[in-house]
Design a protein around this ligand. Structure first.
Ligand code: PDD
Length: 287
């Protein structure tokens, strides 16, 4: 049984319990992060803690811990769990209130929970084969930059993708593709890497930002710009990025072949740069 952290205590995951009056349970009133761990090292921890702070500010929950305290707790959690490669899930809810009331309770202590998950085995073979995706209307709210635990639309959208024998739903809002149900979106068009600009329509993905950093550092032309649905349908390459998927090439969109139906040349280049970055992190030469 893996070790979890709950409100100041490390304990076996199956013994970690919260009250049914927790606002996370009753309202989905909380925020979360997923942080990959490579060779025992938390990937881009500072970026994740900054995004956590933005999410907490966005829903008006005070951060119960300092960055140093988060770092200590998450580092200890990783040490307590087997496996050099893992992923850490953490969530902060508004806490347990005496009665169910939509309005914020007064003087409630946020609930802090973290657990370790097995690393999504880096599916090179799956990556090499590419994945299928479908486009669906974006039925989410207007603050998708907040990493809220309230994920019912994302859950329904992902399940629709699975029911259609695809790996992910790419969401379309006002004629523009925004991101996946749990991933960010890139396309390659006329040799340029394009991803939608950050804003309320999408989560500022940590993987997305690293891909843009690697593009900038390696002379790969890129642009942050809206992706009209019709342009996506004609893209030479489509990628989905997330902490658990890393960079996943989409070879079929809505039952049509993307490019030549194989992961494209720019994906090959970027995944190599990404693996190099991870290797540097493993050696302690990157964060
Ligand atoms: N989801 N967009 C959405 C809606 C997401 O849920 C995620 C990640 C991303 C990618 O962000 P990052 O690169 O920081 O993982 C984009 C996580 C993995 C999840 O919900 O499990």
């Amino acid at each position: 049984m893996s070790t979890a952290y709950l409100n100041g205590t490390f304990l076996p995951l199956d013994r970690a319990q919260v009250s049914v009056m927790d606002r996370g349970f009753l309202f989905g009133d909380g925020v979360y992060e997923v942080i990959p761990v490579y060779n025992g090292k938390l990937f881009r921890l500072i970026h994740h803690l900054k995004r956590l702070q933005n999410s907490l500010d966005g829903v008006r929950i005070g951060n119960p811990l300092t960055d140093n305290e988060w770092t200590e707790i998450l580092t200890e959690l990783v040490v307590n769990n087997a496996g050099e490669d893992q992923a850490v899930y953490l969530q902060v809810t508004r806490g347990v209130a005496a009665k169910r009331d939509h309005a914020f309770p007064i003087d409630t202590r946020p609930t802090v929970f973290a657990m370790s998950m097995p690393a999504a085995a880096v599916r090179t073979s799956t990556s090499e084969a590419g994945v299928k995706a479908i486009t669906l209307p974006d039925i989410r709210w207007q603050q998708c930059d907040i990493k809220a635990i309230t994920l019912l639309p994302n859950v329904l959208l992902r399940q629709q993708a699975i029911d259609a024998a695809t790996a992910e739903a790419i969401l379309v809002k006002n004629g523009y593709a925004t991101e996946g149900a749990a991933s960010n979106l890139f396309m390659v068009s006329n040799g340029v890497l394009v991803t939608p600009p950050s804003g309320p329509d999408l989560l500022p993905g940590i993987t997305r930002d690293l891909v843009l950093e690697l593009a900038a550092a390696n002379g790969i032309p890129f642009r942050e710009a809206g992706i009209p649905e019709q342009e996506l349908a004609q893209a030479a390459e489509i990628w989905l990025t997330s902490s658990t998927r890393e960079i996943s090439p989409v070879t079929h969109l809505d039952n049509r072949i993307v490019g030549d139906g194989q992961p494209g040349p720019l994906w090959r280049r970027m995944i190599q740069l990404y693996q190099d970055y991870k290797e540097a992190l493993r050696r302690g030469e990157a964060s």
